[in-house]
Design a protein around this ligand. Structure first.
Ligand SMILES: [Fe+2]
Ligand SMILES: [Fe+2]
Length: 390
């Protein structure tokens, strides 16, 4: 089995986009995905363009591997060996695995900028200690070797305890990591966010942010930034233009997330979830699942068998049942259509003011690609059987 991820079979990436002065988006918009990733490159040039350059790579990630990221960097005239520093918001593998590989193979002298908490985990990828620069040593701001300045902004528990954003006050770009990230409709390739992305943003934060007080604390820090950001550059989904930021903050401030969504009374809101299901069935049918309605009846039988407590009050109840329907529809559809159904569920839940249903964000094809030849992904799931008892 090959361990490295090869870009050769992946579709062509979009060209890099300049999002601010000396600042480039090197992200991906894979048709069919709910969770696109963004990486960024900042070329700081001191002295109004005539001074030393400092190259900062932010959230290096690419579903298809570092080779693709290097190709995109090359398109803006930067090689891996030109990178002076890599910034990592937190240690999650969607950013830190490629960061470690890139640093190891192409930028062995680059500084790795992150919090102490992040480093405690990320060093396990084999990055030498000498490359670590703790952002906690620069609580106000950090002057780069060429004289320019970046501002670390701690966002504890958004979503990792040691998560740290980085603000570039000159270009007015805030690298926010998973904060301000979104799930996106599978055929939505937008670079910049607008109102239609609020449902996917809501879903992302409900799924990945652990607690509202942590989220509100981080949002307050963003509101207090001087000068105000012109662009918020998250790790997933569309970027937030400055003129849209107040509205996004207002929406996220009032959102219940993470642990606050456990055991919610709206989980069993029958009329609300019924309307969600109607939309899910419509989308499934439009995507070619002609027997979607019959399947709903079949699943209600299944639920009656496996969830005894539900049988007592009727099988067509609330969130768990809706989630089961979405899961079954998704299994019957190709990846892109399955994700359209999943996204319809979270969008409909947002319109109803219901908690985001649990949906699978990755796809089988992602997992096979990550496994190389897909061999280890072929676990025989029939071995495992759900049981109503303990
Ligand atoms: Fe994360
Ligand atoms: Fe992430």
């Amino acid at each position: 089995m090959q361990n490295s991820i090869d870009a050769k079979d992946s579709p062509s990436p979009p060209p890099p986009a300049q999002i601010a002065e000396g600042t480039y988006w090197l992200g991906e918009r894979s048709p069919g995905q709910l969770l696109d990733t963004n990486s960024y490159l900042r070329r700081f040039v001191a002295g109004g363009g005539g001074g030393d350059e400092f190259v900062l790579l932010v959230d290096p990630s690419w579903a298809s591997g570092p080779k693709r990221l290097l190709e995109r960097m090359d398109a803006v005239g930067v090689g891996g060996e030109d990178v002076d520093a890599v910034f990592i918001n937190h240690q999650d593998p969607d950013v830190s695995t490629i960061a470690a590989k890139l640093v190891d193979e192409h930028a062995p002298d680059a500084a790795v900028l992150c919090s102490d908490d992040t480093w405690e985990l990320v060093h396990n990828y084999g990055i030498p200690e000498k490359q670590f620069v703790s952002l906690q040593d620069y609580p106000q701001r950090m002057r780069l070797p060429n004289g320019q300045v970046v501002v670390p902004v701690a966002t504890p528990f958004c979503h990792f305890m040691g998560a740290m954003m980085l603000y570039d006050p000159e270009a007015r770009v805030l690298y926010s990591g998973d904060l301000f990230s979104s799930l996106t409709a599978p055929e939505d390739g937008a670079l910049m966010a607008s109102k239609r992305h609020l449902a996917g943003m809501r879903a992302f934060h409900q799924m990945y942010m652990p607690a509202g007080n942590a989220l509100r604390g981080a949002l307050r820090k963003v509101s207090d930034l001087e000068p105000t950001p012109r662009v918020v550059a998250p790790h997933h989904g569309p970027l937030i233009p400055g003129e849209f930021l107040d509205e996004v903050i207002k929406r996220l401030k009032g959102l219940k997330v993470g642990v606050e969504l456990s055991h919610r009374s709206d989980d069993t809101s029958v009329p609300g979830w019924q309307r969600v299901l109607e939309r899910v069935v419509d989308v499934a049918e439009s995507r070619g699942l002609d027997d979607a309605r019959e399947l709903v009846d079949a699943i209600s039988e299944q639920v009656r068998d496996t969830r005894g407590w539900m049988a007592a009050v009727g099988p067509r109840l609330g969130r768990p049942w809706a989630e089961q329907v979405v899961r079954l529809f998704a299994q019957r559809l190709e990846s892109l259509d399955a994700n359209a159904v999943r996204f319809a569920a979270l969008e409909a839940a947002a319109d109803e003011g219901l908690a985001t249903p649990r949906i699978e964000v990755g796809t089988e094809s992602d997992r096979s690609a990550l496994m190389g030849d897909g061999g280890d992904a072929n676990v025989d799931r029939r071995t495992f059987t759900a049981s109503a008892g303990v």
